[in-house]
Design a protein around this ligand. Structure first.
Ligand SMILES: Nc1ncnc2c1ncn2[C@@H]1O[C@H](COP(=O)(O)OP(=O)(O)OP(=O)(O)O)[C@@H](O)[C@H]1O
Ligand SMILES: [Mg+2]
Length: 483
């Protein structure tokens, strides 16, 4: 079906057209020239009526426009994507008058279609008969960012992707910051215990967990001495593998320093207080019998680490510790055949908290290492965030693939655009008008940019908006029952 014709100046990668029909933004079209079928995407539309002069001023004249209401012309812009056979850009622009046709389902299926290395994430927004598949190898090796305002469908997208990966036998690991994935019904799921063996922690990691800041260097120095001495005792089996004994030994050690070094007494007692506070709040996450976390990750499953009950500093240590271990173990495997034997896709929810722009975190260091080196060792990173502009720009720009759902704030939009050359100004304009679950998908994992309606993951119990009235009624009932 011909929907319009090229007019004005055409370029190799951009064409203007006019039409009397109303096409849709994101719709794919075919132009035949240079003996080839060339695919394009409608990126911009302007509707106008050539018979109406914009400078009309009088009321009668404005009233008189009404009779032209049904007659309009559409002027639009098409981004040329390339030859339908190989998506290469043609060497010449189309002739003026070249017909613009809507791309058929068959052509689109060939482009977005299924093969054994791809997974389905949704359907084309402009043609719901066409399913959109993305290449798994390119998604994992070139990393992914899933970005949007809150509630637009990021976690749902994660669910769709990890479930499809599990069906293909590909392992994923989700750092579940708000305990929202633990109840989702993935076909192959493993919940990892929120535990860490202190033996595996660097003293700096332990200090940060216990809120001993780098700037409090006297506190850190005594903490280091005590931590390393207790660790040595455990390794030499001088104390039992009981976590209470562990904390008691740590405090005893610090106490003995305080008695010896009177001038630093105050600092040391502050450390003791912080260790005690940590023990009370999060003590049970330490487990001396706990095997290395990497040995607990199960191949081919959706592995979930529930971090909903810990605070941001503790989550940072967990995430960085595991990222480090995964990278080291994968390197070991690739070079010596020992270590983590399967590739893995790691999903970091709330990435702006763990990998912030403004300050350094342990997770930021290891995430940027994976962003740079992960490709060679089969470790992929997926950053999920509702505040893209608070995310570290370096790590974000390593995420070559992007699924961007509704994003309203202009600064967020510009920040994302700066990280990805594929996000054109024309695509950017549409980010604020997307509905829930609708996304712009760009990057090497998809042959051409696409507007996609992401599948709804049916078996999730996640991200449900709270019904404030119903929840409040439940609270009232509980209160009455108690009386
Ligand atoms: N593709 C979709 N199709 C239909 N409904 C969807 C889709 N994506 C999300 N939803 C609905 O929107 C709600 C919010 O989705 P989701 O929890 O994925 O958003 P989010 O971006 O992760 O939010 P937050 O930033 O708060 O984590 C869910 O209850 C879900 O049912
Ligand atoms: Mg979410």
């Amino acid at each position: 079906m011909i929907i319009g014709r090229c007019v004005g100046e055409a370029r190799i990668n951009e064409v203007t057209f006019i039409s009397t029909k109303m096409p849709e933004i994101g719709q794919y079209v075919i132009l035949e020239y240079d003996n080839k079928k060339i695919l394009g995407m409608i990126e911009d539309l302007i509707r106008f009526n050539p018979t109406i002069n914009e400078e009309l001023l009088s009321e009668e004249e404005i009233e008189s426009i009404k009779k032209f209401e049904e007659s309009y012309v559409i002027k639009g812009k098409i981004k040329i994507l390339g030859d339908i056979e190989n998506l290469k850009l043609p060497k010449i622009p189309p002739e003026p008058g070249t017909a613009i046709k809507i791309a058929t389902k068959e052509i689109l299926e060939k482009i977005f279609g299924k093969d054994e290395k791809s997974i389905s994430i949704g359907k084309l927004l402009t043609n719901e008969n066409v399913e959109v598949y993305v290449n798994v190898n390119k998604m994992i090796s070139r990393h992914l960012a899933i970005l949007s305002i809150t509630g637009a469908g990021k976690s749902n997208t994660v669910c769709v992707i990890v479930e499809e990966l599990a069906k293909k036998g590909v392992t994923s690991l989700i750092f579940d910051m708000h305990s929202e994935y633990v109840d989702a019904e993935f076909s192959k799921k493993k919940i990892l215990p929120t535990k860490i063996n202190p033996i595996h922690l660097h003293y700096k990691e332990a200090a940060r967990m216990m809120n001993i800041g780098e700037e409090a260097y006297i506190q850190e120095m005594y903490f280091r001495k005590a931590w390393e001495s207790v660790k040595e005792k455990i390794i030499n089996m001088k104390i039992s593998l009981n976590i209470n004994d562990f904390f008691n030994s740590l405090i005893k050690e610090l106490d003995s320093f305080a008695k010896r070094e009177r001038s630093s007494e105050e600092s040391i007692y502050k450390v003791i207080l912080k260790v005690e506070e940590f023990k009370e709040k999060f003590g049970e996450i330490f487990d001396l019998s706990y095997d290395d976390i990497v040995n607990q990750i199960e191949k081919g499953k959706v592995n979930i680490l529930n971090l909903g009950s810990v605070d941001d500093e503790v989550a940072d240590i967990f995430v960085s510790h595991i990222l480090r271990k995964i990278l080291e173990e994968r390197k070991k495997f690739v070079t010596s055949g020992k270590g983590l034997s399967f590739p893995i896709f790691v999903i970091i929810e709330e990435a702006h908290i763990l990998i912030p722009k403004e300050f350094d975190t342990f997770s930021k260091y290891w995430a940027s290492r994976i962003a740079r080196e992960g490709r060679k060792f089969g470790v992929g990173l997926c950053l999920v965030s509702q505040r893209p502009k608070a995310l570290d720009a370096n790590v974000l720009s390593q995420a070559n693939n992007m699924i961007i759902l509704k994003l309203v704030e202009p600064n967020d939009q510009k920040y994302v655009q700066a990280a990805s050359e594929m996000l054109t100004d024309e695509l950017l304009v549409h980010l604020s008008s997307l509905n829930i679950g609708e996304a712009i998908v760009i990057g090497p994992m998809i042959k051409i940019p696409a507007l996609v309606k992401i599948h709804e993951f049916q078996k999730k119990n996640i991200g449900k908006d709270i019904d404030f009235i119903e929840e409040s009624k439940k609270m009232e009932k509980k209160e009455i029952d108690l009386i």
